[in-house]
Write a new protein. Structure first.
Lengths: 155, 113
């Protein structure tokens, strides 16, 4: 444990330099995800029918797109019908093989960058359908993760 | 076919190709923009339908067909009026629109553009 914390503390110790670095990593990963998401929307939007309802589009993301990307569907979708959707994945593929104290808080923190990319993807897909959103993700314990989609109206 | 045009969700033209050597580009730009309004009307009355919107309008000796993808991209085809029956023509135009859509997807996904 001694060596473990020594190896990782240099990277995540709260100091201005590291926070700024994490910030830049976040922006970069999320924007790459955004561009990927936009193209995914073009490529995989259904050709046989028209999706007009935001809820339908989010469901499309949950079922079809998650299946394409991770070979499984979102476990739980909640909405407050006022523009907030919560997607919960209990066995997020990228977390399945991560080790780390049985999913403790430290492991969750170190896994953050891996969750920023899918956030960007979701935001990119929804933007491809014309919906501006803010997507935030959190994990309460690997391998579970939750994505929160908040629709931003243009007023 | 006289003209193919692709517009994005806000109506900005992404691509417009004039195959007719006797007409000016400007005329087709104008035609495409007026067709945009017709597309809006059609979408209002036809939710949850097909992506192909059919014949939008006929002006002079030209017929304008519309197709809108789920991502808000509009594909507009201007052809000369022909003698084929409406159903057959519709099906053929629809196929053309789908090929244009596929080509557009291929172009967008290409990381070298």
């Amino acid at each position: 444990m001694e060596t473990d914390s020594a190896a990782t503390s240099g990277w995540l110790e709260p100091s201005n330099n590291n926070n700024e670095l994490l910030e830049r990593v976040y922006v970069k990963l999320e924007s790459v995800g955004f561009r990927v998401g936009k193209r995914l929307a073009e490529r995989f939007a259904p050709m046989s029918r028209r999706l007009s309802d935001t809820l339908d589009i989010v469901k499309f993301v949950c079922k079809d797109l998650w299946m394409l990307l991770f070979n499984r569907q979102i476990d739980n979708l909640k909405t407050n019908h006022r523009g907030v959707y919560v997607l919960q994945d209990n066995k997020f593929k990228w977390f399945l093989h991560m080790s780390g104290n049985n999913g403790g808080a430290g492991a969750a923190r170190r896994a953050q960058p891996y969750i920023w990319f899918p956030c960007g993807i979701i935001r990119g897909i929804l933007d491809g359908f014309g919906i501006s959103t803010v997507v935030v993700a959190e994990t309460l314990g690997l391998p579970q993760c939750t994505f929160q989609i908040r629709v931003v109206s243009d007023e | 076919i006289h003209c193919v045009a692709i517009l994005n969700r806000q109506g900005n033209p992404l691509y417009l190709r004039n195959f007719d050597k006797q007409q000016e580009d400007v005329k087709f730009h104008y035609l495409v923009y007026t067709s945009c309004d017709v597309i809006e009307e059609r979408l209002e009355e036809n939710k949850n339908g097909d992506l192909f919107l059919g014949l939008l309008q006929t002006i002079g000796d030209m017929a304008v067909y519309g197709y809108m993808t789920n991502t808000g991209k509009k594909i507009i085809l201007v052809t000369s009026v022909s003698i084929e029956s409406a159903a057959i023509r519709s099906a053929r135009i629809k196929e053309i629109c789908q090929s244009v859509h596929a080509a557009y997807i291929a172009m967008v996904c290409n990381p070298f553009n």
